[in-house]
Design a protein around this ligand. Structure first.
Ligand code: UD1
Length: 435
């Protein structure tokens, strides 16, 4: 996909119109062939924020063409950064950046907009952020981010609809995160990268995207070790320089296609997938009786009869919450009773009533979904509404597993985090289109 976005020319556009499109599927077929895994949404967004740490140009290759990336570009532009998005290459230059307030209607569109806090505070000693948005899957507070910034020496003042953070100087220290929040770990990595002295993060998030961010900052001249574990050590640099970097493959998209293959295969090859990042997903597939093979830079998965499993979501290396809805959709066709418990977000079962319209037998007890497996030919097409990004992908796969035609609205959620999901599924043989 080639998207050229001249962000400088796009200055006054702050609201993304909600797309009225829908996805139409005719289920019952199988998937076969090859699919290329895109660059990771959850890695590219923090890298874009980290580009604020330097006055030099940063080039990010393999950037996925996603609505969330376009929103992050609007944030960058609103701070007076210069940016180009050509094909899958992002060129970001923050020489002229000012730590000014970004309009709340831009910040509200994605939760990751809060990632400007760390780099702006580090470079300018002040930052203003709004109440950040994102998918409505839980309350998503910022207390862990703020506690860490305060430990580095910042003060955080609440404003109407946001926060103002400032510091005379940021000084490295030991910071214990009360929960391994991904966003807080990323914000603190970026703030500490330009702080004076050494910062040690304890109970940090260990997601592969944190490793990508640390590698990006190290390539800018930073000094971070231990990323990808719970203990990260950051030696603050005086200045960071520009970099050219290739973003990691998307492990959530990889997991989505692995589960799609398990549900609808056929046999599909995921090109560019990194098996090391999806070990827990592969182990769940194994328990479900799914056959797969992994080798350098690709994974092949083959569909077949599925067995019920019990899974709970957890911070990395546990089962990712972002794949919980998609796994649930697949387990609806596994033999026996499956249980999925959601441990990260409190409101992540919004899709279940939609799955029931197709024929799913699911009960919610506290934070767990109890799923009774049913045969695919007992399911029938339905009109479905996606309520968030991953729920949207779950509904698309579920609809493809049901006999007959389904329609899914809420396409704008899916476009936030999947690059051309419909095109990729269609090229694998699915009967699916946008209209
Ligand atoms: C990131 C991912 C998102 C994923 C999530 C968990 C990005 C852009 N998004 O989101 O796709 O679902 O990790 O893997 O990378 N929390 C607090 N206080 C805080 C921060 C978080 O209580 O200050 C809580 C949240 O309410 C939530 C949990 O911690 O219950 C996890 O949130 P966090 O890891 O911060 O997720 P995000 O970085 O927002």
């Amino acid at each position: 996909m080639k998207a050229v976005v001249d962000v400088a020319a796009d200055k006054n556009k702050s609201k993304t119109p909600i797309k009225q499109e829908k996805i139409v599927t005719v289920g019952g077929g199988s998937l076969n062939g090859e699919v290329a895994i895109s660059g990771a949404k959850n890695a590219v967004l923090p890298l874009m924020a980290a580009a604020l740490l330097t006055e030099d140009e940063c080039i990010i290759n393999n950037a996925p063409c996603l609505d969330d990336v376009l929103v992050m570009l609007s944030v960058f532009k609103a701070l007076d950064g210069r940016a180009e998005f050509d094909g899958h290459q992002l060129r970001l230059n923050s020489r002229g950046v000012e730590p000014r307030a970004v309009k709340p209607e831009i910040l509200r569109q994605i939760r990751a907009s809060n990632l400007i806090l760390g780099p702006l505070l580090a470079r300018f000693k002040e930052a203003e952020i709004g109440a950040c948005g994102g998918c409505s899957i839980g309350s998503r507070p910022m207390d862990i981010h703020f506690a860490g910034m305060e430990a580095l020496g910042a003060k955080i003042l609440p404003l109407a609809g946001g926060y103002f953070a400032f510091a005379r100087q940021l000084k490295g220290t030991d910071i214990y995160l009360k929960f391994p929040s991904v966003g807080a770990t990323e914000n603190l990595l970026m703030a500490a990268a330009l702080s004076e002295g050494q910062t040690r993060l304890h109970n940090a998030a260990a997601e592969p995207e944190i490793e990508d961010l640390a590698a990006f900052i190290n390539a800018m001249g930073g000094s971070i070790s231990g990323a990808g574990t719970a203990d990260i050590v950051i030696d603050g640099a005086r200045k960071l320089h520009g970099v050219e970097y290739t973003v990691m493959p998307d492990r959530i998209e990889t997991g989505t296609f692995l589960l799609a293959g398990a549900l609808l295969g056929g046999k599909i090859r995921l090109l560019g997938a990194r098996a090391a990042d999806v070990q827990v997903q592969l182990s769940v597939l194994r328990q479900m009786g799914v056959e797969y093979q992994s080798m350098a830079g690709e994974i092949t998965v083959q569909g077949g009869p599925l067995k019920a499993v019990r899974v709970e979501t957890a911070p990395h290396p546990g089962f990712p919450t972002d794949l919980q809805p998609i796994l649930a959709a697949v387990l609806c066709h596994a033999e026996g009773e499956s249980i999925i418990c959601e441990q990260i977000f409190e409101n992540r079962f919004g899709y279940i009533n939609e799955l029931k319209k197709l024929g799913a037998a699911i009960q919610i007890r506290d934070n767990c979904a109890i799923i009774k497996g049913s045969k695919q030919n007992d399911w029938h097409g339905a009109k479905l509404a996606a309520s968030d990004l991953r729920a949207g992908a779950a509904l698309v796969l579920a609809a493809l597993s049901a006999e007959g035609q389904s329609e899914i609205t809420g396409v704008h959620y899916i476009d936030r985090g999947y690059e051309d999901l419909v095109g990729k599924l269609r090229r694998l043989g699915a009967d699916i289109k946008r209209c």
